[in-house]
Design a protein around this ligand. Sequence first.
Ligand code: SF4
Ligand code: SF4
Length: 480
Amino acid sequence: MTRFLPFQFRYHPNGQVLLVNECGDYSFVPQSTFEDIISGNFTKENRQYFDLQSRLFLEQAENNEFSLQKTAAKYRSRKAYLRDFTSLHMMVVTLRCNQRCEYCQVSCAEHDAHKYDMPVHTALKIVDTIFESPSKSIKIEFQGGEPTLHWDVVKETVLYAKKKQQKSDKVLYFVLCTNLTGITKEQLLFCRDHGICISTSLDGAKPLHDKHRVLRSRGSSYDLFIRNLFLAREIVGEDNVDALMTTTAFSLRKLPEIIEEYIVLGFNGIFIRSLNPYGFAAEQSGVLGYDMHEFVAAYTEALRHILSINRTRFFPEHFATILLSRILTPFSTGFVDLQSPAGIGISGVIYDYDGSVYPSDEARMLARMGDVHFNLGNVHRDPYKEIFGGSKLRSIIKDACVEVTPSCAHCVYQAFCGTDPVRNYLESGSEIRKMEGTPFCIKHKGIFDFIFSLLADMSEEEENIIWSWVARSPTVDRNA
Ligand code: SF4
Ligand code: SF4
């Protein structure tokens, strides 16, 4: 008798039925085949029988234990990021910023509000805490505000962390998140000499970028950005400078022009990011926000456009690449924002300027809005074990799994999706909620629907493009 292993299904908008099993293997079957499956009439005579068997939808008749072991091995690979506890450590070295972007999620502080600077002794204490992490791979990301405004702390942190690294078995990476407008040659030379990568923001051509990303001192942030982008590439190296964009109501219908701007400026891809409902973005949601269905429509149209661009040049969309990597490979992607259990605290963590610890940047932004619900402690007061092994983080993570979340528990995209308890809490007052109909779910379900339609009906050329994105994606952890 044919026995099926557990799987989820969806009557897909493309007219077929999509099946996805526990280890993330998928298959499309015609509706008639699906009816045979659920009525117990699916037999070896069906032409998809052996395909479904090889993808672990069916037990191996002669060796059930073998099927389960193979499923378990694949499941372990997908969840391998759990073994790497905690690798991404973000430090808010100052909340001050020389810009006041319309959508700033951290509600950054005035240029001269030095009370929001991280003291050196706090930075060093944070590094001590970071090095207690069992993860072999440590990435320290300098955030703000604008971290170049408090450069001494960045320098001291890098030098101290490198000293500690010599006595450890850890691999160390640094990222500087900067708007680039005020960065100096000396700072860039320091980045080059210490292997610090640069992550910046570009929202489009000059009128759009200047509209979103406003200099406090007046003038064009775009002009300064461009000047320093080329200087940064020259000093730090082209591959070590990357940018992402934030989509507002003003840019939603301008994605093709924004993509063009990225190409003209020599970027090798784009990350199209939706607006997060925090900080100034929350205050301005009536002006900057949009219905998530609109975002999905604009995003999927942009993705089609990017696929056509890739006929002649390599130019991936990075969010789609992350999702495709999850769907097409058994490897972890290390993308903290979309994991189950959620990556907050266990994959990435953020230290505020005063040493307070939050499980995610969004949790810290929430604290900036006056709600410290997700505070995990403070490096000056609490030992590592209390912050990372205490009851607070355990209780957040316990419920932060799609497998136990209403709607997600039976969703066909469960194996590829994730959960965000901080956003749930912000929107509903509860870390766990029914996800169907939420902006988070509308966005991800819509994009997954599009990607699976593409996978079901793609040309050989599109298949080659998609695999070239996945194969060259730095976010896929093949050693996991
Ligand atoms: S988004 Fe970044 S660059 Fe813009 S105001 Fe906020 S901290 Fe400054
Ligand atoms: S958030 Fe939506 S798309 Fe993601 S697993 Fe849950 S129900 Fe599915």
